[in-house]
Write a protein that binds this ligand. Structure first.
Ligand SMILES: O=P(O)(O)OC[C@H]1O[C@H](OP(=O)(O)OP(=O)(O)O)[C@H](O)[C@@H]1O
Ligand SMILES: Nc1ncnc2[nH]cnc12
Length: 170
């Protein structure tokens, strides 16, 4: 199983100059999705997290099956105005714009060991914002796991010494 065969490049989406890594072919294949989840979960089996922080929207697709594999629950990080109870928020920059993320204020407990899960690490703005949200809540962010890392965008530079894993790197 070669996961690269299930990622499609879409040039100039959502803006000119961006090559979008489309995970639709991977999700359309049961085998490729299963292999992706297995590869993403592997580094964390020995010392599993106490919660997974899941990033809307594509991060959700991988967070829930990973949490099932690793034996923990999922906390949602969402775009503004989507979460019903009291939230905390953080602004961040994307490869193709700016946005804001929110998390329920009571979602994490102090000292809880949290793994952030998303589909793509690009400039690192999204995962840095998630780490800020979790740390503001007193949680301990232990690592961040991705399906795809775009190494040429140097997202790791925004993450300090946070351990990062990716099933596929470009
Ligand atoms: O490392 P960064 O430069 O921050 O980029 C990575 C983020 O960009 C994409 O999300 P997007 O905001 O496009 O939302 P979506 O998952 O709802 O499509 C992707 O799913 C990551 O969350
Ligand atoms: N080039 C890209 N492809 C897919 N998702 C992304 N998120 C940020 N940059 C991306």
């Amino acid at each position: 199983m070669n996961l690269f065969d299930h990622i499609r490049d879409v040039p100039d989406f959502p803006k000119p100059g961006i090559v979008f890594k489309d995970i639709s072919p991977l999700l359309a294949s049961r085998e490729a999705t299963q292999e992706a989840i297995r590869a993403m979960a592997e580094p964390y089996r020995a010392d599993p997290p106490e919660a997974i922080l899941a990033v809307e929207a594509r991060g959700f697709l991988f967070a829930v099956p990973m949490a099932q594999e690793l034996g923990c629950g999922v906390v949602l990080v969402r775009k503004p105005g989507k979460l019903p109870a009291a939230t905390t928020a953080v602004e961040y920059a994307l490869e193709y714009g700016n946005d804001m993320l929110e998390m329920h204020a009571d979602a994490l407990t102090k000292g809880q060991k949290v793994l952030i899960v998303d589909d793509v690490l690009a400039t690192g703005g999204t995962v840095a914002a998630c780490a800020d949200l979790a740390r503001q809540a007193g949680a301990e962010v232990t690592a961040a796991a991705f399906l795809v890392e775009l190494t040429f965008l140097n997202g790791r530079s925004k993450l300090g010494n946070l351990p990062v894993s990716a099933a596929i790197t470009y």
